[in-house]
Design a protein around this ligand. Structure first.
Ligand SMILES: Nc1ncnc2c1ncn2[C@@H]1O[C@H](COP(=O)(O)OP(=O)(O)OP(=O)(O)O)[C@@H](O)[C@H]1O
Ligand SMILES: [Mg+2]
Length: 418
């Protein structure tokens, strides 16, 4: 497959020589059964490449599983990977299939391979060399046919030197090394990635498009991106949701960039707590955007009335529209509220429909002066109530429409006593 087709198919953005080289290697090694060791800093795209290799191999219809060796406790990793017999250890009530059995015919992605305990490394070496393994607590040799792709963001050879990683396994895995370049070594890709991510997120959150001014572009490109593509993606998401002014200046951008600490490998925090906060902010900003849009519509309407000088003739129409608009944005109080437009003291609109001239007109409520509540909590409860009503109490659909998770919605309903 041609390199551009690969990028398109897997959503890979970038055109730098180093990235293209990595894609070419993946493309060449994919059809073979050779083990691949993917190295690269945190967030640079190692997992993405493991998928590319699997999907472009003859095993693509077979299973694929990603296992994070750093996240499995040392005591259970052998049994997770290779399975165990009933009674193999205290608590092993039944027998268990390991990934090397369930993924037979497919690909295993062993992430953070440098964290794998030495005992497990011995089992892995055997299965790589002969396709054979033995379940924990058994003596029977089993056969499997699994391709291994490993990844690391530390130098595994350092672990070899300090005796924490088997040298023979290192060479066996590293038959074809695949290095994913850090973002700061492919500066020409940074802006491309940024544009793609912001346009995806503004679509997703239905917020207006984002642009960087020239100086901000320079800041973006020259930053070192220790968290690589993932960090850039997170930042694009935050900008798309949070920034009111959609032309981003260097100064604004800098507030999203942590101070350089000298520690290059620090990934950005992307734990669940963070995602949860994000959903809450999300809803608040949606409310603010909606309010702003209503204000803009109101201003336009007033400007229209002024410009066409049809205040008297169309008064009743416009007042209906205004009433409708106020109903739409749900001013608390009485929907029957009437409006009068008063001529400005200084009448020099001169055909210029500049919005500032609107301020010369006062809009007063004849019936009663109602003040719109600006409480976000009220707006939030309102929106939630509306969404629930619209979807006849179906929380999943309501949460979807509100752009928050079902869990957050559930919590909000309790918190706000809805
Ligand atoms: N070239 C690219 N184009 C578009 N998106 C990319 C590219 N490279 C990485 N990504 C995206 O960046 C994010 C991080 O990628 P990935 O999870 O593969 O990184 P990683 O190297 O495995 O990170 P870690 O070491 O933290 O596990 C993902 O959302 C991925 O889709
Ligand atoms: Mg990863």
């Amino acid at each position: 497959m041609d390199i551009q087709e690969i990028k398109q198919r897997f959503g890979i953005i970038g055109n730098s020589p180093l990235l293209n080289r990595a894609i070419n290697i993946a493309n060449q090694v994919a059809p073979t059964d050779i083990s691949v060791l993917i190295t690269g800093e945190s967030g640079s795209g190692k997992e993405v490449f493991s998928h590319i290799i699997h999907q472009m191999s003859p095993r693509k219809h077979g299973p694929f599983i990603a296992v994070n060796c750093g996240a499995i406790p040392e005591g259970t990793i052998d049994s997770e990977l290779f399975g165990h017999e009933k009674g193999a250890y205290t608590g092993a009530v039944g027998e268990r299939k390991g990934y090397f059995e369930t993924v037979n015919g497919g690909t295993i992605f062993l992430d953070e391979i440098a964290e794998m305990p030495l005992g497990t490394q011995a089992r892995l070496l055997r299965v790589l060399e002969s396709g054979q393994y033995i379940k924990v607590g058994s003596s029977k040799v089993e056969k499997t046919n699994v391709r291994v792709i490993a990844a690391t963001n530390v130098d595994v050879y350092d672990a070899v030197k300090s005796g924490k990683f088997r040298e023979d396994l290192y060479y066996r895995l590293n038959t074809v090394p695949l290095k994913i370049p850090p973002l700061r070594e492919r500066k020409e890709d940074v802006y491309l990635l940024f544009r793609k991510f912001t346009s995806d997120f503004t679509d997703k959150y239905r917020t207006p498009p984002i642009q960087l001014d020239d100086e901000a572009q320079q800041v973006l490109i020259n930053y070192s991106w220790p968290g690589n593509v993932r960090q850039l993606k997170n930042m694009a998401e935050q900008l798309a949701v949070l920034e009111r002014d959609r032309i981003i200046t260097a100064q604004t951008l800098l507030t999203y960039i942590p101070h350089e600490t000298g520690s290059r490998n620090l990934p950005m925090r992307v734990d669940n707590q963070h995602k949860e906060d994000f959903s809450e902010r999300d809803i608040l900003y949606k409310v603010l955007f909606d309010m702003k849009r209503d204000m803009v519509e109101l201003k336009k309407l007033v400007a229209d009335i002024i410009e066409h000088g049809e205040v008297a003739a169309n008064y009743s129409n416009h007042s209906q529209t205004l009433n409708q608009l106020y109903r739409d944005i749900e001013l608390p109080g009485n929907a029957e509220t009437q409006f009068t437009l008063q001529q400005p003291v200084n009448n020099n609109t001169g055909g210029n429909s500049n919005n500032n001239s609107n301020e010369a007109y006062n809009i007063t409520h004849e019936a009663e002066e109602v003040e719109e509540s600006l409480s976000l909590i009220e707006k939030e409860s309102d929106l939630i109530r509306k969404a629930l009503k619209k979807h006849k109490g179906k929380r999943k659909l309501a949460a979807n429409e509100l752009g928050i998770s079902e869990r957050t919605l559930y919590r909000k309903i309790k918190e706000l006593n809805l």
